[in-house]
Write a protein that binds this ligand. Structure first.
Ligand code: MN
Length: 502
């Protein structure tokens, strides 16, 4: 995956000096054991580093400052083994910018019923030590995740793993650069937005380059690089006869490969983690980038069509969250419906740009007319998507703030689509089509989404909490009346939230 770093999570244990050196040494040993177990867990994708036991306000403050200053630290796991009076944490946590998760666990799993005495009780007292910590986190209005259970419990690892993936994506966004080739598709509202607000809120920047800058880089592609890429295409895909060497459309494949060489070089050299383009602004390009965009997404770049920079950034974040997991993640658009009574379905696709990580089987490489944009027929990968549970996520700009909208869906088998020249997924919405679509539309969710069979609702939930952004979830439990009321209350909450923290 391109431009991906592997940050660490810091495991931080809180205690105090009330208990003497003996118990504190035990606390330190237990904390190190837990950190090592989490580090060894396959469910947690990042390295966990034990940062010892903090027992004074000065130590806590110093560690929080260190965490903020250390680029390789993506977040903190906090646990109070004993009792760490929480006023000691005010100074440190008040200015901490890195996300943290509160792990509410206990070192000893089972009560030693026959031998338990007050020493055991005083050592294993996170039951109330973590409540003291939780009060302060709530008092400070800190948005965090609370994970509860024994530290060896696979469910605890899974909850921490989801949070770690969100923290990874959040770290990836900080300082990330996204490039837009040209502006927004003319007159489209939802793909537009405030890039200054986004950079303040999310930490990534979005800047433009004229399509001519990209065209120059494409023109500079060497024949050797183009040929090497064509060899790759022939190896990895079922390439249509006409596109193969000697075929009557082979020139289209050469043009497509040239676009990929140039676009890839542009992104690599600029350190970009994603991009947008638009079919309305292609001067100097022979085709709308289709195949190139699909393959770049597969390598981890974010993408949004028609200048949709919010979705480009979101797709990148989701790809980071999904890194190493089975399944795939793609830019997606709700395209067309199947409205058979009792079996309402959505056909999701785009003009070209669907990521082959969601493909079921080997994609076909084909060329077809686009119908808009007035350019040559673009080459593209065509495939059906894997079936199974998936999510669609949209990031919108409401003017005064951002909102994430998520719908849990089930990608399903469907009849063959022999005349459809684009990659596609067919899904059914939870709780049902009518409720989900009405809720999505009430929430202002876009037609563009990040679609994933790897990222979970929990990861997006954790991510939204880190970003301090609203998340409206549409799932099996959604009821429209309550959903609409929640949106209204949420408007009020977000209007007041800054004040509540004072
Ligand atoms: Mn679109």
């Amino acid at each position: 995956m391109k431009h991906l770093t592997h940050p660490q999570l810091w495991f931080v244990c809180g205690s105090q000096h009330l208990y003497g050196e003996g118990p504190l040494a035990q606390v330190a040993d237990h904390a190190a054991q837990i950190a090592a177990a989490l580090d060894a867990s396959d469910a947690v994708p990042l390295t966990i580093v034990a940062k010892g036991v903090l027992t004074t306000p000065e130590e806590i403050r110093a560690l929080c400052r260190q965490a903020d200053a250390e680029p390789s630290c993506a977040g903190l796991i906090l646990w109070m083994h004993t009792f760490s009076p929480a006023k000691m944490w005010i100074g440190g946590l008040s200015t901490l910018h890195k996300p943290f998760v509160h792990l509410h666990t206990q070192f000893g799993r089972d009560l030693p019923w026959d031998s338990i005495d007050m020493d055991y009780m005083n050592l294993n007292q996170s039951a109330h030590g973590d409540r003291e910590a939780g009060f302060l986190h709530t008092r400070l209005r800190l948005n965090r995740k609370v994970v509860v259970g024994h530290w060896a419990d696979p469910d605890v690892h899974a909850r921490l793993g989801a949070w770690a993936r969100a923290a990874w994506a959040w770290a990836d966004w900080q300082g990330a650069r996204f490039v837009r080739f040209g502006d927004n598709m003319r007159n489209v509202a939802v793909t537009d937005g405030d890039k200054v607000s986004a950079e303040m809120k999310f930490g990534f920047s979005v800047n433009t380059h004229g399509i001519g800058d990209l065209a120059e880089r494409i023109d500079a592609a060497t024949d050797a690089d183009v040929q090497a890429l064509i060899d790759t295409y022939l190896r990895e895909y079922d390439v249509a006869e006409a596109l193969r060497p000697g075929g009557e459309r082979h020139g289209s494949l050469i043009d497509g490969a040239r676009i990929e060489v140039g676009l890839r070089a542009f992104l690599q050299e600029g350190g970009y983690r994603g991009f947008t383009d638009t079919f309305e602004d292609l001067r100097g390009l022979t085709q709308l980038p289709g195949l190139a965009t699909q393959r770049l997404m597969a390598d981890g770049y974010g993408f949004g069509g028609e200048g949709d920079w919010k979705t480009a950034a979101l797709v990148r974040a989701m790809k980071v969250m999904a890194h190493g997991l089975p399944g795939g993640t793609s830019f997606m658009e709700d395209y067309t419906y199947h409205l058979e009574p009792g079996k309402h379905q959505v056909l999701g696709s785009h003009m070209l740009e669907v990521c082959p990580t969601i493909a079921d089987g080997r994609p076909r490489l084909e060329v077809h007319p686009l119908g808009i944009g007035g350019k040559d027929d673009p080459v593209r990968l065509v495939f059906d998507a894997q079936t199974g549970p998936a999510i669609n996520v949209s990031l919108i700009d409401l003017g005064s703030r951002f909102r994430l909208v998520l719908n849990e869906v089930d990608s399903v088998e469907h009849p063959p689509l022999p005349q459809l020249p684009v990659a596609r997924a067919v899904w059914e919405c939870r709780p049902d089509f009518k409720t989900a679509c009405a809720a999505w539309i009430h929430a202002g969710g876009a037609h563009h989404t990040g679609y994933s069979t790897a990222v979970t609702t929990e990861m997006i939930e954790d991510f939204a909490a880190m970003a301090g952004v609203e998340l409206a979830v549409i799932d099996a439990d959604t009821r429209l009346r309550e959903f609409r009321q929640t949106l209204q209350l949420s408007d009020l909450y977000h209007l007041l939230a800054q004040g509540l923290r004072a």
